[in-house]
Design a protein around this ligand. Structure first.
Ligand SMILES: O=P(O)(O)OC[C@H]1O[C@H](OP(=O)(O)OP(=O)(O)O)[C@H](O)[C@@H]1O
Ligand SMILES: Nc1ncnc2[nH]cnc12
Length: 178
């Protein structure tokens, strides 16, 4: 499904890898998008544009979300809130466990990274079950910040991620839907 030149550019670079990282998972590999300057810029522009003027910071989700967040920072002028996997941040953190399409993990933020009330646009590469995105939403709200929305390169239809976010009142954008 492509609905814009940006979507077509990104779509043409994503590869579907069957049975990775475990049998039954079709892994959508965005590394060719990250390796292509114009495609990465188009993606960063696309995920921020719907929320223009409504965010102060970009919440990048480790690891692949960091790449989009960095590029989105340059195109939008907002800085990046590092939302990291557990055990990586050196100062006081808030931590949130979650379940992935394949496995479990925890995300963390520095409790004092942004002023209270900051509006954070969360960005990531893939929205699948929504477990990762919801953990980030919980963290941001627990820290006293406001979730401005969620933007992803692609969403996997049928895994329920969008429904979970929208049930929490989080405006959700994805450039592509598979
Ligand atoms: O909607 P969900 O079911 O939560 O899945 C989406 C998440 O899964 C991947 O992260 P993962 O932690 O696998 O890997 P990464 O560290 O390579 O970004 C992807 O980058 C999303 O963050
Ligand atoms: N199928 C998938 N492909 C790439 N990243 C993912 N994250 C969760 N599910 C994924």
């Amino acid at each position: 499904m492509t609905s814009s030149p940006e979507a077509a550019l990104v779509d043409g670079l994503i590869e579907a890898i069957p049975d990775f990282p475990e049998p039954g998972i079709v892994f959508r590999d965005l590394t060719p998008v990250f390796a292509d300057g114009p495609a990465l810029k188009a993606l960063a522009t696309a995920v921020t544009a719907p929320f223009e003027g409504r965010f102060d910071s970009i919440g990048g989700l480790e690891a692949r979300g960091f790449l989009i967040a960095g590029a989105a920072s340059i195109v939008s002028g907002a800085g990046v809130l590092s939302v990291r996997k557990a055990g990586k941040l050196p100062r006081a953190v808030l931590s949130q466990e979650y379940t992935l399409e394949y496995g479990t993990a925890a995300l963390e933020v520095h409790v004092d990274q942004l002023p209270k009330g900051s509006r954070v646009l969360i960005v990531d590469d893939v929205l699948a079950t929504g477990g990762t995105a919801l953990a980030a939403v919980n963290l941001i709200e627990r820290a006293g910040w406001h979730v401005a929305g969620f933007g992803a390169a692609l969403e996997l239809d049928g895994l329920g991620g969008r429904a979970k976010l929208e049930a929490r009142g989080v405006e959700t954008f994805s450039l592509l839907c598979y």
